[in-house]
Design a protein around this ligand. Structure first.
Ligand SMILES: [Zn+2]
Length: 77
């Protein structure tokens, strides 16, 4: 799964947020996506996983609670 689905907060990233239908131009669309915010999303997902490991998440419920707190912080701009 592309981390942009969770970590790209730009609504313009259609590849991560909308169903894909333009199969004829897949290569061009993927190249453009990788040149945009994809790398930032990869970095954020890796940072998120590092934080989760440091906090030693004990259960999936604990994970969801912490994820909700993190998303509240990220989405308050
Ligand atoms: Zn991506």
């Amino acid at each position: 799964m592309c981390p942009c689905l969770l970590f790209d907060n730009k609504k313009a990233n259609a590849l991560a947020s909308l169903p894909f239908h333009d199969w004829k131009n897949l290569s061009t669309v993927v190249k453009r996506h990788l040149g945009d915010s994809h790398n930032a999303s990869v970095a954020m997902s890796e940072n998120f996983m590092d934080v989760m490991k440091e906090q030693k998440i004990q259960s999936f419920t604990d994970f969801l609670i912490r994820l909700k707190r993190l998303l509240k912080k990220i989405c308050t701009f």
